[in-house]
Design a protein around this ligand. Sequence first.
Ligand SMILES: Cc1ncc(C[n+]2csc(CCOP(=O)(O)OP(=O)(O)O)c2C)c(N)n1
Ligand SMILES: CC(=O)[C@@H](O)[C@H](O)COP(=O)(O)O
Ligand SMILES: [Mg+2]
Length: 598
Amino acid sequence: MQETLLSRIEDPCDLRRFRESELTQIAQELRDYIIEIISQKEGHLGASLGVIELTIALHYVFDTPDDLLVWDVGHQAYGHKILTGRREAFKTNRDYGGLSGFPKIDESNYDTFGVGHSSTAISAALGMAIASKLSNSSKKHIAVVGDASIASGMAFEALNHAGVSNVDLLVILNDNAIGIDPSVGALKEYLTTTKSGKETGQDNIFEALKFDYSGPIDGHDMNGLLRELKRQKTLNGPRLLHIRTVKGKGLKQAEIDQVRYHAPGKFDKITGDLTPSDTSMLPPKFQDVFGHTLVELAEANEKIIGITPAMPTGSSMKIMMQAFPDRAFDVGIAEQHAVTLAAGMATQGLIPFCNVYSTFLQRAYDQVIHDVALQKLPVIFCLDRAGLVGKDGPTHHGVFDLAYLNCIPDLIIAAPMDAMELRSMMFTASLGLDLPIAIRYPRGRCNSINWRSTLGKISIGTSRTLSRGKHVAVLTLGPIGVTVQKLIQENQLSVTHIDVRFLKPLDKNMLQSVFESHEHIVTIEDGSLIGGLGSTIKNYAFSNPSIGDESKKAYSVKIHSLGIPDTFISHGPTEQLYKEVSIDEASILNLLSKLLNQ
Ligand SMILES: Cc1ncc(C[n+]2csc(CCOP(=O)(O)OP(=O)(O)O)c2C)c(N)n1
Ligand SMILES: CC(=O)[C@@H](O)[C@H](O)COP(=O)(O)O
Ligand SMILES: [Mg+2]
């Protein structure tokens, strides 16, 4: 087989030894390599294919890793990883123990900043640029940020600061007019026509923010990019280079169906066709149960509204957006705004279902407290991707929500065990509550094919007892309860099993009776042990030392808590991660069998 140019590149120094005229061939080979690996292994695709020329040109022109390059989100950084010493290792992308799917500060010197959540790159690069200035260093600092990510509040905060900072900062706006779903909002329209003030005589928005604006230029024209980056390298101060690219460039289907090919799953590396899979007999994804149920509820109640910050496809809010275009809003990557927007709607009697991935709600924590809970506004948060999400890893695991929400007064926290319970919780919330509620559910499929149950009301703060035994009681929160049910049935375990359903308010009647009649309580959750179900139950035992008669003390009951320990969990298949934190079937069975035999 003919040796590729790419195979001679171990790091950017090797790249810089090639002639400029050879870089287009390297771009082709880099695309082919990414397509070959991702077609088998899955992962993000379109974003990396769109910045191949930019990635090569950046490493060719700038002196990375001395010059500091920060990728926003990082889902477009596969080319960067391959050119910076990780070509072979890229075959392990997103595997357990393999490369991370995002730049990661301890993975390589070239990964100057860990990313995964969007719109952080300008702040981080500005911080680095200020540090360089203070130490009289002549490093260059470059942030590459997409058109959807630059519309986020955090990116604007950084631009506002950087514009008056007088440091060496080049922001490259990679404008492909799409996020995961098509970009939204006024800025998107603006970017399609924006020109430099040198042409129009009027500042454009970036110039108004005191950036030296250049562009827009074609981000696939290697020679043009090289020329412009070399020029940028000679400049100083805050600059913004606007480039236009095509997401999915180089793979026809990925260019045509950019939403699907953002992260397409397996596909044919030659034709680009998606690998067919028959999902008709599989249970639905939780996100689709959410989407269809929301439409069902919205048909019956015109006050119901849907809100998503930039995840209409991932959350299945698009089902509501198609059914009720006037009552469903994609607000872009703007989690803080999404939450306060919902709060505003709630003040006017609307019933907003604000769907945010658990991990991304971290960004809107203050809004949940200050704008929603403090005012007891009945916003309904649906937190998708709660728990361990798998291959996206620690930036995306939704394991902190139970803990970070648990300490907020006047907020109901619910976790359905299955699709029917999710529907019932959504239905209950839609009937009108006095308080806000967060309903959290995981990535992936639920386990019931027949999920379109009639909608039933659940009494807030009540649990469900699913089986009764002596000595050992298992309290589960969320779909992990299905695993416990299966273990109980398959192994005929004589244990009490409670589907807790609400972390807040707790079902105190249930707890009292469980503490009175068992010697061991096992709590299982797919969230952080600190602050979640386990610590809440321990806290309950401490706060209620005497339950029932004198002979029975709550603290004499042994509490065993399974969940996410006090450490960041890496990326990998969820089954592997469940094993790592001992909430897989074998570990749970092991513990229950041990306790039953005591
Ligand atoms: C805070 C946050 N919200 C949502 C996401 C999910 N997300 C990942 S990539 C992406 C779209 C990014 O679009 P853009 O910046 O235009 O980059 P492109 O994919 O077009 O390269 C979104 C919404 C995220 N990573 N972080
Ligand atoms: C990079 C990013 O944040 C998203 O693309 C994320 O990976 C989507 O996750 P899901 O695949 O769970 O929708
Ligand atoms: Mg984009």
